[in-house]
Design a protein around this ligand. Sequence first.
Ligand code: ADP
Ligand code: MG
Length: 584
Amino acid sequence: MTRADTPTGPPPWRLLLGYVRPHRWALLAGAVLSLVTGATGLALPLVARELIDDLSHDRAIGRALLLMTALVVANAALGAVGSYVLRRTAESVVLGARRALSSYLLRLRVAAVDRSEPGDLMARITSDTTLLREVTTDSLVGLGTGGLTLVATVVMMGLVDPVLLGVTMAVVFGAGTVLGVIVPRINRASRQAQDAVGAMGASLERVLGALRTVKASGAEQREERTLHAAAEESWRQSVRAAKWSAAAGNTAGLAMQVAFITVLAVGGARVATGAIDVGTLVAFLLYVFYLMSPIQSVVGAITQYQTGAAALGRIQEALRLPAEPRSPAAGLPADGAEPAALAFTGVRFRYADDLPYVHHGVTFAVPPRGMTAFVGPSGAGKTTVFSLIERFYDPESGTITLDGRDLADWDLARLRSAIGYVEQDAPVLSGSLRDNLLLGNPETDEDTITRVVKTTRLDGLVARLPDGLDTLVGHRGTKLSGGERQRVAIARALLRRPRLLLLDEATSQLDAVNEAALRDTVADVARTTTVLVVAHRLSTVTMADRIVVMDAGRVRAVGTHRELVAADPLYAELAATQFLAAAD
Ligand code: ADP
Ligand code: MG
């Protein structure tokens, strides 16, 4: 996601208000509390004056002291409660944004994720949302309280002398023009700083995801430079934002000084002509002085908002990535549900508009039950067939039907609940081995687990692991070998009792003994389930009920091993070389 293709949309503050809306009363309460805290602080000098005036009366002193103590305590207590309520509300806004974003990212279309940096998306959920905290409190509350005071002060000034108010406003508008130039620069710099944090996330993900390869290639120093460059870029842009923020704050300060001098000059002239009296001028000057703090807090709110708007913009971009429709979780098919029938008709597909076609009119049909093997050189489009069945992508033209019904007409969750999919290089997720096995069907009973663990030949592994099924595997747990990972993935898919089982080179890393055992298991499953396998071992391919030979995005031939060896030269060659070579 680059800045160049950033679409324009509703302004970021709309998104912010959406996250703030559920907490508006708490936010208002916090703002009122801080206003009251300020008021109790302001009352203190008045009480002090009373105290000094009444020094001669003992009882009055006692009362005033009591009142002052009460005010001080109330000030502290209200201040504490107010800042707690504000901070808590701001954290709730961050929570809301993080929840919304993580739900959304889980629903992203695979195609959208293909074209994004996972590390950058992660930064949008973790780091960009954090910035909403300050925006909520400092910007919204600052704008609210500062704006309120500002309006009240301006009204008072207008009542005192409209002409001097005009003079003041002229200066304020002058400063506003300068701020209009500065403020977008804060936004731009903040945006670039956050983009750099995203780039850093992406680089980190790249390095940590391939740490062994980076070390083995001796590329640490080069990767270090990339990481440092991203960190430095974020620093550079944040410093630029700080520079413009400082300029904005001081522009506001300068404007008030200029307004003071101008009002003094114009007001003096008006006093000389007798238009106003000295008392009016002094009162007005006092108001100009009072204007300072709300103006500064409004300008502060606006500059602070620029950082938040940059973050909101990045969040908004993530929320614009294409996502799958929200559909209610679908239960798994009932036990003994009919196996699925599948058909591709003239499917044309490419991964993106600017990429070449991967399928040029793929057509084949698979009846319920039995095993269908897909063979062909690497890059032929076999894995893509499975991705299309799972609707990770949709074909550009042509149709795919399951049970005679177009995939597009299926409820997505229901479609996927019918399928067990072992992807090529299926990963193990961090967690216990049991979590991994039950990922697709948490309801499985213990007997079924034991049975599937046995049929997928995982029983040896389970017996060996210190805590059996509850041993942690994945990132922070026991590392599994490639063959073990594949067997876990197959068991995971089988436990879903699928009506359609997709195995993509699912046994490529198994040793001969395990491979033969798994072949029997799959043959067994194929009696009651439709099984599609991408395979390269002759032993697996020959036992298939039909073989689909793919080459360069087309189906070359369909038949049994015997038929194809005689009829299809590519298949005959594959059978003679690749399959045999892989078949131990
Ligand atoms: P096979 O499984 O037969 O080896 P694939 O279906 O994985 O082939 O890939 C077919 C073609 O599509 C290859 O040229 C591959 O580079 C391309 N391809 C696969 N996945 C993607 C993707 N996510 N984005 C872009 N191109 C892809
Ligand atoms: Mg493949």
